[in-house]
Design a protein around this ligand. Sequence first.
Ligand code: DX5
Ligand code: ZN
Length: 216
Amino acid sequence: MKKISVCPSILSADFACLMKDVKIVKDAGADILHFDVMDGHFVPNISIGIPVLKSLSRASDMFMDVHLMITNPLKYIQNFADAGANSITFHIEADDNKEKCIEEIKKAGCKVGISLKPHTPANAIKPYLEMIDMVLIMTVEPGFGGQKFIPSMLNKIEEIRKCNSTIDIQVDGGINTKNFKDVVNAGANLLVAGSAIFESDDPAFVINSLKNAANI
Ligand code: DX5
Ligand code: ZN
């Protein structure tokens, strides 16, 4: 079984003291930071972008896992890579040519992820599985933190895991200490969690519960 990693989503962090929150999750043993970029067009919300990533990647040695919820990812790949992204995930539903996006991300020296919204079937990703490092399965509609996990996504995780036993499968949306075992059993190995971590009184405890219990 692949190693389980927790990827705290800073969308739910306190932006007035971002580095303090990053330090808390890093000290708790998380080494991947999930960075949600929203353009107000692909999703009905606007979040953070290139300047914030640039500052953060200078100040922290965590792996910067950038999730682009934007309409034209191709246009910005190089900018995010220059700003310190270690992996770049774009949405299969975005307008741009997928092969071209994959190629650009690799050329920029980053790992490649493709994300699927809840209504997009597992079949859509199958032609790309051998070309990429990670599939991000959205377990809520993208756009906002703090939503409820959609249980029917477990079948999608299982279906993709059956096709490829080695690829990273990341889940994002509504992951918490109650449902993480279900997603791990279905085949996910990278667990994004935002509100479960940052809205807790003890973020380190939540990270450790997710990490340790999942690796038993
Ligand atoms: C949603 C984002 C997620 C979100 C996760 O569009 O991609 O990364 O912040 O937050 P929670 O864990 O609160 O659902
Ligand atoms: Zn995300």
